[in-house]
Write a new protein. Structure first.
Length: 103
């Protein structure tokens, strides 16, 4: 099954500090899995994209976007983009995930 590695993502929960996490996307499951380091074999958790919504707050830090699931909201930031929202490769992935969800 195709797996895409997403690098240079940081995330935070509520008002906590940003933490670097490494994400992989599994197309068949339509899920993001996140890891503490790129060497980790076991993920810390996952984000179910089949029922998620994506937002790009205009007043947020550059590169920041949110993935909202019924369970929680993930606040993510792509380092070094210089503009709001995710980078081009991640935008393509999120577009694919949202299209997969509707078909």
């Amino acid at each position: 099954q195709p797996t895409t590695v997403l690098k240079e993502l940081v995330w935070r929960v509520a008002n906590e500090a940003w933490k670097q996490r490494w994400f992989t996307y599994e197309e068949k499951k339509n899920q993001l899995f996140y890891y503490r380091t790129p060497q980790d074999v076991t993920p810390l958790g996952r984000v179910e994209l089949s029922c998620a919504t994506f937002t790009y707050p205009l007043k947020a830090e550059s590169g920041t976007f949110h993935i909202k699931t019924p369970e929680r909201t993930f606040i993510l930031k792509v380092k070094g983009t210089g503009r709001p929202g995710p980078s081009q490769p991640l935008r393509q992935l999120l577009l694919f995930a949202s299209v997969s969800r509707t078909t």
